[in-house]
Design a protein around this ligand. Sequence first.
Ligand code: ZN
Length: 461
Amino acid sequence: MTLIALNADVLVTMDAQRREIKGGALVADGPAVQWVGATADLPAQYRRMADEGRARVLDMRGKVVTPGLVNTHHHMYQSLTRAVPAAQDAELFSWLTNLYMLWSHLTPEMIHISTQTAMAELMLSGCTTTSDHLYLFPNGSRLDDSIVAAQQMGMRFHAARGSMSLGRSKGGLPPDVVVEEEEAILRDSLRLIQQYHDGSRHSMLRVVLAPCSPFSVTRELMRESAVLARAHGVSLHTHLAENDNDVAFSREKFGLTPAQYAEDLGWVGRDVWHAHCVKLDPEGIALFARTGTGVAHCPCSNMRLASGIAPIRSMRDAGVPVGLGVDGSASNDGAHMLGEARQAMLLQRVGYGPAAMSAREALEIATLGGARVLNRDDIGALAPGMSADFVAFDMEGVAHAGAGHDPVAALVFCTPAQVSSSVINGRVVVEDGRLLTADLPVVLGRHRDLARTLFERAAGH
Ligand SMILES: [Zn+2]
């Protein structure tokens, strides 16, 4: 059915002119946007459709409408292991070491329910497209478990088939019990691409190949994953240069900086994006800019683990594609996409001064930036022919009182709001702040039980 959104206080398009339309309206038919403009200019044919009840009308009075936000890095299974006491006050390597054994008890149902839960949290915070990086598959778990969850939730999904093959006995960080054989990883990667990957415009599901990190996979697996991905036109994703220890590991084991390591493996290009890059050096920034290699910036996680301040200002100035990632729920215990945009803005200012990032730039990184990082030109902006992914934030509550001077900037400056509505691929998935695609109390009840079960099983070992 045709969808007509009317009377938005401001409609932020992120189109080529970055238009912000007062009294904005938008028409969507099926998965695509048909028309964007001022409500007063709505073409007669759409007005007639609305009057005759042949279109669904969404009244956006009192709201700011933006393109759906794009999350480029997450580990959704970690929503079962938030605020774990043993991992509250650690940096990356010891944080991981304290959690790996707990995660080795994950089950297929835990992956499914934790993904639904994490997606609900993202959707309510303005996110319409997300990636998820799942890199351990204990007890029969498969990437299929999270793909099914995404289909149930109605989210646009880039499912990253993660992997770990370098266990502790071979000089890696993770215990041997959570790593896989490389041959099995590549076989399963191919199966997933053939079974699920949809490279078409408005695709709701793309598969990504994503060996986990320099300290948990071999160079051979990195190279072979790249060959496989490129043979099938799918993107590549991993963690890179997250903190000083990560850089030291790269220098010691490979004699290379993280950026040199990535280049050496063929892991640069528009079809590649790296999470964090907090410690990417100037040469690395130039390399990423030259090759169109993307960065998933995760400010909350970087602060939580005291990894540092990623040089996003320098990256953006050099032309590196930058998107935002909330990162896994065990290193960012609050996965709020609009909140992540706010933290990105604030953290750049801490590092590089008050002009280092404006509210509008943060919003642009959260939408268009993420789209570019995921190598898509059909999301991140609202214009005819783009995917019908848009969200509305109510500006009339206490959080935005007195911020009417600039409602668009207020979205980022004020307390991050939950969405009042969300539309993904032309389908209303949140209405009046209520998620329509899942019975949230039921999902959360099961999630609570499974989180408890996971800890009990881990304690039994
Ligand atoms: Zn991560």
